[in-house]
Design a protein around this ligand. Structure first.
Ligand code: ISE
Length: 337
């Protein structure tokens, strides 16, 4: 029998709290051993009802706790590098919420530290790869049953944004998922990004131009466009259409019950990403736990985190100059082949 993962969850905010409940109630082979949050009261509230779990205010303390043998990082992205480097120094399996780190230079430092360790310890939380429809479309693309994939059309709509959500965050926080999805679908690197700003909604906070249109180009010339619209009001929607030589495939449209009643028809729109991707998060975390038991990685690697950070950098530059900006990537280390 493989050893149960005793996980320290770092960060007890929205995603951290969600992962704590997931680990405690639905994931097999893992338990919450510690919850770390700078706000100790929040960490204490999060461990309530979880026998054996301790609340701490410092990530290093959790890593030094003999009862902890894995880490799940769910703090804001700017805190990831320090925790990741400490976790790598101890060689503990780590699931890190996206982004790996906020910029390509710091993400590259993580890739280099993992390379020095000589084995892959870090899985990055790009949960869409674990959504059943994303996974199924990936299979259709790889099987070539509809011929070559030619184009991808993505819609990414959020009802609103939390306070402090900057114009750059439309790329760094939101479109980062499409950068990963395009790399996942095509198995190729992205070579350029362009961002067009058109007519904007009145509903965006000051400083945000919303929506934006992002054009992505891969090595073989697959073009992917993204409508990123983060103040769409009506609810949360993530959908895509793939165009092949011999047909098209749609994923992520309206889901759930379709009801006719009282002279109307319809269903529910997801309120947010936690609800929309609940199954994908479950599958993602279970895949991480299962793969860790086999000494493997269960999903996207630190290289994927680095490559998407480089795409985000190009995207933010493209937001400013309106040009097609090349994605600059260091050569891929052998560890990730
Ligand atoms: C958020 O951080 C996510 O990761 C969601 O999946 C995305 O839809 C949203 O735009 C981001 O802010």
């Amino acid at each position: 029998m493989t050893e149960t993962l005793r996980v320290a969850v770092i960060g007890a905010g929205r995603m951290g709290a969600d992962h704590i409940q997931r680990l405690h109630t639905r994931i097999h082979g893992a338990e919450v051993a510690a919850v770390v949050d700078v706000d100790l009261a929040r960490a204490q509230a999060a461990v309530e009802g979880i026998p054996g779990a301790v609340a701490l205010a410092d990530a290093e303390e959790a890593l030094n706790n003999g009862d902890v043998n894995a880490v799940l990082i769910a703090t804001p992205g700017f805190l990831h590098e320090d925790i990741l480097l400490k976790a790598l120094a101890k060689g503990v399996p780590t699931l890190c919420e996206k982004p790996l780190t906020p910029d390509a230079a710091s993400a590259w430092r993580i890739v280099q530290a993992e390379q020095a360790l000589g084995r892959k310890c870090i899985q990055v939380g790009f949960m869409r790869r674990f959504d059943a429809e994303y996974a199924a479309l990936g299979k259709v693309i790889r099987s070539r049953e509809l011929g070559e994939l030619l184009m991808l059309h993505h819609q990414h709509r959020n009802p609103d944004t939390p306070p402090g959500f900057t114009n750059e965050m439309l790329i760094n926080d939101s479109v980062v998922h499409e950068f990963d999805a395009v790399r996942f679908f095509t198995g190729e690197e992205i070579i350029s990004v362009q961002v067009r700003m058109g007519k904007a909604t009145r509903n965006a906070p000051a400083g945000q131009h919303d929506p934006q249109h992002v054009l992505i180009e891969t090595q073989s010339g697959v073009l992917a466009d993204v409508e990123i619209f983060v103040n769409a009001r009506f609810g949360y929607e993530v959908a895509a259409q793939a165009t092949f030589e011999e047909g098209t495939v749609n994923i992520g449209g309206d889901r759930g019950l379709y009801t006719r009643s009282g002279g109307r028809w319809g269903g529910q729109v997801s309120p947010g990403f936690v609800e929309r991707f609940v199954e994908a998060y479950d599958v993602e975390v279970q895949a991480w736990v299962d793969a860790t038991g086999r000494g493997e990685l269960g999903g996207p690697s630190a290289w994927d985190g680095y490559a998407t950070a480089a795409c985000c950098e190009a995207g933010v530059e493209a937001q400013k100059n309106g040009e097609k900006v090349a994605v600059r990537l260091n050569p891929k280390p052998a560890l990730y082949n």
